[in-house]
Design a protein. Structure first.
Length: 102
């Protein structure tokens, strides 16, 4: 496992990271840093621990809402070049000629 150094709200942390996961971890760190700095900059809360808890709650809420938002966007999106069912039927016909692999 690899270790990378990151900075959140000006404080350095050494984090373990699986090989190939550096970019994803850096994106997560950037989200946490952005959320924590926004809470701090709002000026009402100064304690780092409280800022971290609020940031964690905000990010967890956003993550919980993501599947609902994605499902709503998919349901309301117009199908490109016809219906998705039509596309699945065409794929089924194309794969049927392959000797019914499934």
């Amino acid at each position: 496992m690899k270790q990378i150094e990151v900075s959140i709200m000006g404080q350095s942390y050494l984090l373990s990271c699986p090989e190939g996961g550096e970019a994803a971890l850096q994106r997560a760190v950037a989200q946490v840093d952005e959320e924590m700095c926004a809470i701090r900059d709002a000026g009402k809360i100064r304690a780092r621990e409280r800022i971290a808890v609020l940031a964690a709650l905000n990010l967890a809420y956003q993550l919980a809402q993501a599947p609902r938002a994605a499902a709503a966007a998919f349901a309301s999106a117009p199908a490109a070049d016809g219906d998705f069912g039509d596309l699945l039927q065409r794929l089924d016909r194309a794969l049927a000629a392959d000797g019914n692999l499934l």
